[in-house]
Design a protein around this ligand. Structure first.
Ligand SMILES: NC(=O)c1ccc[n+]([C@@H]2O[C@H](COP(=O)([O-])OP(=O)(O)OC[C@H]3O[C@@H](n4cnc5c(N)ncnc54)[C@H](O)[C@@H]3O)[C@@H](O)[C@H]2O)c1
Length: 302
């Protein structure tokens, strides 16, 4: 028996990169998988190969992943809906439920990257990045949560899991990625709040901050060389996206009780991100004057 036997999962952005690795492992572990991808270019502009509508008339990436899952004896269907579109998100959840009769897992992974210094950022840069990287997490989760709430209210025991995808850029900062980082920090906050809000319906919500060699890292200056496979194929390939997927499977499984956590995962290392937390304080009786603040704040905040 696989870890996810009998579970139905949606993986967004699963035509390539990390999402593809997650979909393959979820299916290998017995889940029925909705493999979602719109075949966007890495920066979200147009399509992956520059052709209108996706893959230049050839099979779309989601269909290729589905073929691979089926060839290995697994179960999957392709979905080419845009996760940032409100009504498409509703259709995506309906597609899973209508095809497989239920939904247990949503892996929000679809993302785009468009490095821009703030002073060079256009409104379109900001809107594209925030639309996919933040709204693209909210939309599928919103409709999956409504489905799970209805299930819980009808008396069924729900054991559902949402796995979101953030980035160290949003948690530790990275110049040139203020829009991307803000969206990913938003996803981290969304994760904590959804975990609190959905717990009583039987839904756990966590996020991973992955690092792996994908099309996305190939476009970042200097990263392609840093994350290259080892010269000796017998050595551990630390940046293989498949290294990230076992954590996704565990978080998606019914034996996992973890919720409201953000976990960094790269190579063989899984590390817990501590959430924002209150630190040292200064206090006065009543309202501070600006002079008094000027006297104490450097000591508190550097
Ligand atoms: N690779 C890394 O080291 C790294 C680091 C931190 C965070 N991430 C995050 O991991 C996730 C996966 O990234 P990746 O590195 O595999 O990149 P990738 O470009 O290889 O894959 C992203 C996929 O998302 C799809 N996509 C984009 N917009 C979509 C939309 N609106 N609807 C549906 N699908 C859409 C793309 O077509 C693509 O197949 C992203 O959220 C990314 O921000 C990756």
């Amino acid at each position: 028996m696989g870890e996810l036997e009998g579970r139905v999962a949606i993986v967004t952005g699963a035509g390539r990169g990390l999402g593809r690795a997650h979909a393959l492992l979820l299916a290998a572990e017995g889940a029925c998988v909705v493999v979602n991808d719109v075949d966007a270019a890495v920066d979200g502009s147009g399509s992956a190969d520059g052709a209108p509508g996706g893959s230049g008339g050839g099979p779309r990436s989601a269909e290729l992943v589905v073929e691979q899952i089926r060839a290995a004896g697994g179960e999957a269907i392709a979905s080419t809906l845009d996760v940032a579109d409100w009504s498409a998100g509703e259709l995506l959840v309906a597609q899973a439920v209508e095809t497989y009769g239920d939904l247990h897992v949503v892996v929000n992974n679809a993302g785009v990257l468009r490095d821009r210094a703030l002073v060079n950022m256009s409104e379109e840069d900001f809107d594209t990045v925030v639309s996919v990287d933040l709204k693209g997490h909210v939309v599928p989760t919103r409709f999956a949560a409504a489905y799970w709430r209805a299930q819980a209210k009808s008396g069924r025991a729900v054991r559902a899991s949402v796995v979101n995808t953030v980035s160290t850029s949003g948690l530790l900062g990275n110049p040139g990625q203020s829009h991307y980082g803000a969206a990913k920090a938003g996803v981290a906050a969304f994760t904590l709040i959804c975990a609190q809000e959905l717990a009583h319906y039987g839904v756990r919500v966590n996020a991973i901050a992955p690092a792996a060699r994908t099309r996305m890292t190939d476009t970042s200056p200097g990263l392609a060389k840093l994350l290259a496979p080892p010269p000796d194929p017998a050595m551990f390939d630390r940046w293989d996206p498949a290294n990230v997927s076992p954590l996704v499977v565990y978080l998606a499984s019914t034996r996992c009780a973890v919720t409201g956590r953000v976990l960094s995962v790269q190579g063989g290392t899984i590390q817990l991100f501590e959430p924002w937390t209150l630190g040292g304080a200064v206090e006065t009786a009543g309202r501070w004057s600006v002079e008094e603040i000027a006297a104490v704040l450097p000591g508190l905040a550097g």
